[in-house]
Write a protein that binds this ligand. Structure first.
Ligand SMILES: N=CN[C@@H](CCC(=O)O)C(=O)O
Ligand SMILES: [Zn+2]
Length: 434
């Protein structure tokens, strides 16, 4: 079949083209992760509508598109083409860094000791409440650009440094603006239950969220002013207990939000069991998950969003990735970018997942693409290189894709192009020479 219409991009002759999925799978788990579909000497065509039109052997694509015109052709000889990376968990809108707390933690303070002394999330809340919306947008935009340069084309972004309605809405507006104006995919999460505001109990904070925050959010969503995809709660000892968590998540689900929350991070809370029961799309952290929780998440197809940077920085127990994979849990990865875990780069996250959580490189890549997209309810359109999917692609300057994980911190030089919805949004022309 000859193709005549003009196309946006022809990525041709890639040494490897890593599809991740080839049968429109919405997630990969168990044995499916042993081998990922990788085409050798392959090409990919992106349409002007931003979607993938063809993927296949270079000579077949050459024949099929011999009469077509392209806005741009990239010769990918010696390079690899992969799906854009999906970062399934970030807190990227805030003011005031916490480098001083990093020093305290290095000196032995725990995350909760700092939190209970009024630092941690509380410190960031204070600074974020005082920041102008424009300032928050500007620093957020800069962070998104850095994520993009590290290969992320779709990112989950949480509110949660307001706690009070006014600042939570300010953060969600900033996220909404980025979603509308910037060339990066955004999944927006309301995380008003990130911490219990000073002067309130968890139950009072839950009442405020259910009676005041969520109805307002619902109005703004209905009027089209705001799009919010997910609801999050920090379910943790000394933060939101299981009962308050359940009430908030259920109320969020009732207004159409996907449940995607923090659970079983520092203490076993039975969060995994709760999430499975409520039909959560995903639960993050899970360093302290129970055996029953693993089983429940596997059966419920609730994604486990593992965050290797958190365990690394806070010196926590590593999440039990191997047990989860063995039990058929859908494992995804996120950077957890926040003032505690200051890491933008999914290639480094994948590396840590391999070294510290004992995942294979195939498992890590699937977790940072199709499974991360699944955790956001977006794997129909994102997370793999298949015809009909959104054209989110990265091209790396290496003839074996595994270098993206192997070269710890090397992604800055390796990533040559980042393409979002068929548009080149980053091109790295850095020349490495002495
Ligand atoms: N654990 C709760 N929330 C964040 C940390 C946020 C913060 O410390 O500012 C996390 O996922 O690691
Ligand atoms: Zn988090």
């Amino acid at each position: 079949m000859a193709e005549h219409e003009p196309f946006a991009l022809w990525l041709r002759n890639a040494a490897q083209l890593v599809q991740v999925c080839s049968k429109r799978e919405l997630y990969l788990r168990g044995d499916e992760l042993q081998r990922l579909p990788v085409l050798h000497n392959a090409s990919l065509v992106l349409g002007r509508d931003g979607y993938i039109k063809a993927v296949g052997p270079a000579d077949a694509i050459q024949t099929q598109f011999s009469n077509a015109s392209f806005d741009k052709i990239i010769d990918c000889s010696g390079m690899c083409v992969l799906p854009g990376l999906v970062d399934a968990h970030t807190h990227p809108v805030w003011a005031g860094d916490r480098v001083h707390e990093f020093a305290m933690k290095l000196a032995g303070a725990t995350y909760m000791e700092i939190h209970e002394a009024g630092g941690g999330i509380h410190y960031t809340v204070e600074h974020t409440r005082n920041a102008l919306e424009e300032e928050l947008f500007s620093s957020f935009q800069h962070r998104l650009l850095r994520m993009l340069r590290a290969g992320t084309t779709l990112v989950e972004c949480k509110s949660g440094y307001g706690l009070a309605l006014e600042t939570e809405l300010k953060m969600l507006r900033v996220i909404e603006r980025a979603r509308r104006e910037l060339d990066i995919g955004v999944s927006s999460t309301y995380c008003g239950a990130h911490s219990v505001p000073k002067g309130k109990t968890a139950s009072e904070a839950a009442d405020d969220i259910i009676n005041n925050h969520l109805p307002k959010l619902n109005d703004l969503m209905q009027s089209g002013d705001l799009r919010v995809d997910n609801i999050d709660v920090f379910c943790e000892k000394g933060v939101f207990d299981l009962n308050s968590t359940r009430r908030i998540l259920q109320a969020g689900k009732d207004i159409g939000l996907q449940i995607n929350f923090h659970g079983d991070e520092l203490h076993p809370m039975n969060s995994a069991e709760l999430g499975a029961e409520l039909g959560a799309q995903a639960i993050s952290h899970l360093e302290e998950i129970s055996d029953k929780g693993i089983e429940a998440m596997g059966s419920a197809k609730c994604a486990a969003v593992l965050l290797p940077t958190t365990a690394y920085i806070l010196r926590l127990n590593q999440p039990r990735a191997r047990d989860m994979l063995k039990a058929g849990v859908i494992v995804a990865l996120g950077s957890d970018f926040n003032p505690n875990a200051y890491c933008y780069a999914m290639p480094m996250v994948m590396h840590l997942a391999c070294t510290n959580m004992k995942m294979s490189m195939n498992e890590a890549l699937a977790a940072a693409t199709i499974n991360a997209a699944y955790s956001l309810g977006k794997s129909q359109s994102h997370g793999s290189l298949e015809v009909g999917k959104q054209g989110d692609v990265i091209i790396i300057n290496s003839s074996r894709w595994e270098h993206l994980i192997y070269q710890f911190g090397g992604h800055q030089e390796l990533i040559k192009y980042v393409i979002v919805k068929g548009k080149i949004v980053y091109q790295n022309d850095r020349v490495l020479s002495f």
